[in-house]
Structure formats: structure tokens, C-alpha cells
Design a protein around this ligand. Structure first.
Ligand code: ARG
Ligand code: ZN
Length: 465
């Protein structure tokens, strides 16, 4: 309810940490058993996510001023305790938190690094609502050697928001790990003339008042935090329905206006085609965004992949839209399994090229095999390396692994496997072991040697086909 909004809460309850004296030590001498852990248990990113609860919904009400780069507002989070709690954490990088409420009552909190600790007594299984009021200048991750720049990145006319792997915390307090999926509402206020683009669909026409426009977006299907976006700026927008009846939203920065129609058409056609290969489209709309920010990569933001400073060709659109099934509907539970996203999306590029008559997947496989570097053969993609998450092996050798599987079990088993994989785990979290199990069940074959060779051994497997 409105009274739960943290914005009006008593500031005295919230504190900037560390402050030693208040609350009394007794109030905070928690037994480890009732403190939610500061990480969700992924050894690759030990501080990411948190233990002790599951988020079901994020309602983000945020205003952004491109000129001053000021972001502020509230995040209201519905969650369920998975243990008895005396305190729990959210991930948040930077910002000043002015107030926190739990179930409408002011709660004490502390900040330590990228952890926001909230003190509240909750029963195991209790549903609760936490509201965080915060503001400041977003501080994205910049030029990290492994991951590049990501998070909430201010641009000349707005912001480019791409958060894989753990940049959601650069713009909202969250359980920032793909193993905790939730639905999202976004109420985004920007200066008139600026477009705010988030996931899902617009709820009504944006309203303008006193020189500010508010866009309300709703993602009604579960989403991982790294796919959430509030990309803002000057955009030209085209909307409609794909030939197959899926609503499409395409947007381009004015510098890329000549790509708007091709972005729209390709995104529509490719989404339709993937439904015939991967199964029903998991979300309520599709589309794409081209922003004038030279990220050097694209990201499969749910319902609206974003392309950073380049005109996307069919191959990359096919890749990002394949992620709507592989990565977005079916999400990894641990970062080590990232090939389940990138290997599948890369193989999808080869399937698209085959569909278009531009070379069979076998030819794409042979080209990739012939041009693979020693580094790829030394890097088994089945266990992604935390310090090299987006290595070419995860993409290309991951794709080759799927082609080797297809060659081994045949099209009559391989394509039904893809559809069963996406159907059985729709909106869920998956592991490599589950995929191997399903491949063995559907094919009736023992596939350990094949997966060992392609996913797990640091050596060059024999070619296939
Ligand atoms: N998942 C993206 C893609 O393959 C890549 C994201 C790269 N992220 C990053 N922080 N560099 O489409
Ligand atoms: Zn990808």
C-alpha cells in the first residue's frame, strides 16, 4: 500500500554505517543461524545475491535526470523468508539510503561495501515487503578486464543499462544473482522528450506533467536481475505485432534511425522463427533497442535486447533473441554453467544461417573448428571461468558441443530435446547436469564421452559430421 513507501519513512531509523553505538549491541548480537548470508552461495561471486529469502517482485519507482546524472526513488521488494531471520542483506553499490521499511515499519540498516544489511525479525516462510528509499549518482563498473563496462552507465542523453553479470546493484537494491528470479514493475520519470525503456510492456500511455514524463513498464514473467533495464535517452520508437502475433517494441537512438525498420522487422521475423524451433515464446512482447553508446557488446535484456553503439546484423539479433529462451526463460543457477546461455545462443546463430540458406550449421561448425585457437581447446566451456566469463570458448566451443550432440543423436532427437528443455524448465533455473540427463533420456544414449570431450576436457576433440 502507499503507506509502505519508504520515501516518507522516519529517517532516524536508517543509519549510514558503520556506526557503533546505535542500535544497542544486544539488538544486533544475532546468532549466525538467523542472519541471512551475505552471498547466495555461488563460489564465483561470493558476495552476489544473499541468503535467507527469495524475492518474488520488485517495484522500482525511480526518477533520472540525464543532465545531473541523478537517480533517486524507491525500490519496494516482495520476498519470502526461507529461514528464520533477524537480519538479511540486499546488494547495492553506491547511493545514499535515506530510509528502509519492512512491512511498512521503519527498519534499521547498515552499509558495508556493496551490502545493505536490514535488521528485521521474520519467521521462516513469512512473506514480507521491504522498501528502500535511495538516491545518488550511479557508479557503473568500468573497464573491468574480464567483463568490460556494465551496470547503469550514464550517456549524453540518458543511460545505457546492461547489467550482466552483477550490475543490477548499480541502480537498485536487489538479490543480485540469476538464481533468484522475480517479476518487475518500473515507474520511471525522466525529463519530457526523453524516452524511458524497461522490460516487458508499457502499462498505459506515458504521462507528462511539469516537464517530466513517467513511463510505467511491467515485466509479468520471472526475470533475473541482470536482465533488468531502464535505458533512457532520445529514441525513435516503432511498435506493432510480428506476423506471428507477438507485440514488438523497437527503439533506436537518432544516430541509428536508419536501422529502426530493419531492427523492427528482423526482431519480429526472428522471434517468430525461433518459436518454431525452440517452442512457444516465453514472454509477452519482443523487440530491441539500439543506443548510441559504444559498449562493444549486446545484451539480451528480457523482451528487449540492447545493442551498444552499432547497427545489429541478423546474426546478433538471432543470438540475442535465442537468449529469450536460453538464459532468460531458462536461467543459470550458477555462473559456471554460462555455456547454457552462450553456447545455445551461438548455436542459434548457426541455425539461423542454415534457415536463411547462408551455410548449414555443419559448415558453421567446420569454420569454427578450423579457426579455433589453442586457447579455445585449452578452455573447456562446461565450467566457465570466473575471471574469463565471456571467453570465446563459452560461446563457440559451447555451440560446437551442441552441434556434436546434434550429429550424434540426429535431428529427430535433437530438435525435440530443445523443445522439451525449454518447456520443462520454462521460467526456471537450470544446470548442465540437467541438460545432459535430458539429452541421455531423449536419445537413449550414454553421452558422457561426448560431453566430456566437448565441455569438460582441456583438449581438442575430434571433428564431427
Ligand atoms: N550476454 C551477452 C551476449 O552474449 C554478453 C554480455 C557481456 N557482458 C559484459 N559485461 N561484458 O549477448
Ligand atoms: Zn550471448
Amino acid at each position: 500500500s502507499a503507506s509502505n513507501s519508504a520515501t516518507g519513512a522516519d529517517n532516524a531509523a536508517g543509519r549510514e554505517a558503520p556506526i557503533a553505538s546505535n542500535p544497542p549491541a544486544a539488538a544486533r548480537s544475532v546468532s549466525a543461524a538467523t542472519a541471512g548470508t551475505t552471498g547466495i552461495g555461488d563460489p564465483y561471486f561470493p558476495g552476489d545475491g544473499n541468503g535467507g529469502y527469495d524475492v518474488t517482485h520488485y517495484a522500482l519507482a525511480l526518477a533520472y535526470e540525464p543532465r545531473s546524472k541523478h537517480l533517486g526513488g524507491s525500490a519496494t521488494i516482495d520476498a519470502k523468508a526461507t529461514q528464520e531471520l533477524s537480519q538479511f542483506n540486499l546488494d547495492l553499490h553506491g547511493f545514499t539510503v535515506s530510509a528502509v521499511t519492512v512491512n511498512g515499519r521503519p527498519a534499521q540498516f547498515e552499509r558495508h561495501g556493496d551490502e545493505l544489511t536490514i535488521f528485521s525479525d521474520l519467521r521462516d516462510g513469512a512473506a514480507f515487503k521491504v522498501a528502500v528509499a535511495y538516491a545518488g549518482t550511479p557508479d557503473p563498473v568500468q573497464n573491468s578486464s574480464n567483463l568490460g563496462s556494465y551496470g547503469f552507465i550514464p550517456t549524453a542523453d540518458g543511460a545505457f543499462v546492461t547489467c550482466e553479470p552483477n550490475g543490477a546493484k548499480t541502480w537498485f537494491p536487489s538479490n543480485d544473482h540469476p538464481s533468484d528470479k522475480a517479476t518487475f514493475d518500473f515507474t520511471l520519470t525522466v525529463p519530457e522528450g526523453v524516452t524511458a525503456i524497461a522490460n516487458g510492456e508499457l502499462a498505459g500511455t506515458p504521462q507528462t506533467k511539469d516537464g517530466k514524463t513517467t513511463f510505467v513498464w511491467r515485466e509479468s514473467n520471472p526475470m533475473v536481475t541482470y536482465l533488468a533495464t531502464m535505458t533512457t535517452g532520445k529514441f525513435q520508437v516503432r511498435t506493432g505485432d510480428s506476423p506471428g502475433g507477438i507485440p514488438v517494441y523497437a527503439a533506436t537512438d537518432p544516430r541509428f534511425s536508419k536501422s529502426l525498420n530493419s531492427l523492427y522487422d528482423q526482431s519480429a521475423r526472428i522471434t517468430d522463427y525461433w518459436t518454431t524451433v525452440f517452442g512457444p515464446y516465453p514472454f509477452k512482447s519482443t523487440g530491441g533497442v539500439v543506443d548510441d553508446f559504444a559498449a562493444g557488446y549486446a545484451l539480451e535484456n528480457q523482451t528487449k535486447p540492447i545493442y551498444g553503439g552499432f547497427e545489429p546484423d541478423e546474426g546478433i539479433i538471432a543470438h540475442e533473441l535465442a537468449h529469450q529462451w536460453f538464459g532468460n526463460s531458462l536461467s543459470i543457477n550458477r555462473w559456471k554453467d554460462l555455456w547454457l546461455n552462450e553456447g545455445f545462443a551461438t548455436y542459434a546463430e548457426w541455425l539461423w544461417s542454415e534457415h536463411r540458406g547462408n551455410g548449414t550449421a555443419q559448415q558453421s561448425f567446420e569454420d569454427a573448428y578450423a579457426s579455433a585457437t589453442d586457447e579455445i581447446w585449452k578452455y573447456p566451456p562446461g565450467v566457465t571461468r570466473p575471471n574469463d566469463l565471456f571467453n570465446a570458448s563459452v560461446y563457440v566451443r559451447g555451440g560446437m558441443a551442441l552441434h556434436a550432440l546434434r550429429t550424434e543423436i540426429g535431428d529427430t532427437k535433437f530438435f525435440p530435446l530443445l523443445k522439451k528443455w525449454t518447456a520443462d524448465h520454462r521460467y526456471g533455473n537450470v544446470t548442465t547436469e540437467q541438460f545432459i540427463d535430458m539429452a541421455e533420456k531423449i536419445s537413449g544414449e550414454q553421452l558422457d564421452d561426448l560431453f566430456d570431450a566437448w565441455l569438460f576436457k582441456p583438449a581438442k576433440p575430434a571433428s564431427v559430421g
